[in-house]
Ligand binder design. Structure first.
Ligand code: I3P
Length: 88
């Protein structure tokens, strides 16, 4: 389904340079999260950004410290990358 995504950190102690909220059609397949404009684009492989791959070190949880929107969760990767996701 559709989620808005914000890139917060692109490395340990390195803030992401592109920080705007962007709407993506997201698909979770096992440990892979893929992004496209819509379901049709995703099906034909027209992705809007690189897939995110989870492993056992990937952390996910409610972003209760982010107060500008409700229903926001955060994905935190071992390499320092962090993303916020906002669901309607
Ligand atoms: C960002 C955009 C984001 C904002 C971010 C800005 O600017 O306004 O919505 O995050 O603030 O840098 P731009 O569109 O020019 O990339 P919030 O919505 O969370 O405030 P930030 O740098 O303080 O994260």
């Amino acid at each position: 389904g559709f989620l808005s995504r914000k890139h917060e950190w692109e490395g340990h102690e390195r803030k992401a340079s592109h920080r705007a909220w962007e709407k993506h059609f997201c698909a979770l397949t096992s440990t892979r999260l893929s992004f496209a404009k819509d379901a049709k684009h995703l099906k034909s492989g027209r992705i809007t950004s690189d897939d995110l791959l989870f492993d056992s070190a990937t952390q996910v949880g409610p972003a209760s410290d982010y107060r500008k929107k409700s229903h926001v969760f955060r994905l935190k990767f071992q390499n320092g990358n962090e993303y916020l996701f906002h669901a309607k």
